[in-house]
Write a protein that binds this ligand. Sequence first.
Ligand SMILES: [Zn+2]
Length: 342
Amino acid sequence: MKAAFFKEHGGSDKILYDEYRDPVADAGEVVVRVMACALNQVDMLLLDGRFPPPEGLPHVNGCEVAGTIESTGAGVKGLTPGQRVVIFPGFSCGACEYCLRGERTVCIRYGYLGAHKDGGYAELVKAPAVNVVPLPEALSFESGAAVPLAMLTSWHAVVTQAGVRPGQTVLVQAAGSGVGSAAIQIARLCGARVITTVGSDDKIEFARALGAEHVVNYRTQDFVEETKKWTNKRGVDVVVEHIGGETFERSTYALTRLGTLISIGSHDTHWGRLDLRHVYSKNLRIVGTNLGSIGELRALLDYVLDGRLRPVIDRAFPLKDARAAVQHVLDRKNKGKVLLLP
Ligand SMILES: [Zn+2]
């Protein structure tokens, strides 16, 4: 098959488009023909070596895949070739202490499609059959590929971990990102009011259209000051944070007492300081979260089908132009998800 892969770490120029080993479905696995694969920030970390692929190089990125069943391994029931599917990107063992507690995203043998295994920047990809979720006919492959990582992570963060309720206020960092564009919509669906940040003025209208009431350009404005102004000095109940560094630190200053900072990524840097006086004196909660459950993914697809949530797609590139697609994300030009299509 053809795939876009890399043999050494670096920038988008390290991505090659060429022949690659065909995936073969072992017992309990399926091979999926990729009809759409979404790019993610984690792809950039894998590519530049900040999160080296555990199985080594060469490696195929791509954790958000929609496609059709190509073949099934021994013992796979209920899935037939040609069936439209989305792949749930998290792998777990089902047997460790955390899996037994129902907390599969913190499985001690946890892995991601496109990180711990080859992913969807390819014509074919394989996954455990238990990770496969049917994609409704009424949803496009493009929409399907925009849901299973970024949108699911935001859903789990806002709904399950932060428990956002009507009347609350939420600060979402980086409206232009996949998680940001999803978190704004989901917080609104929960009945909250939303303030968000963007890195350029041309993204302000985009963020408003998603439901943000107030949009801050973090390059020209101080988001803590703006959040305080917007909430009449009170601060917000919840911050959805995925940047790291100073943004992580300053996000705690934007919280009100008893507020919750949800950490769902570290796209700029893995490190962040905290002024602990704020944490204990205001009784803040700092909550880490990753991905969500297959049950939540199914619920999300229902909301998308109903039109109550909208996967935000910036643009699609052909698979052979994966290098340009990655550079587009690295340049932060995207408003929402960037896709690769066969
Ligand atoms: Zn486990």
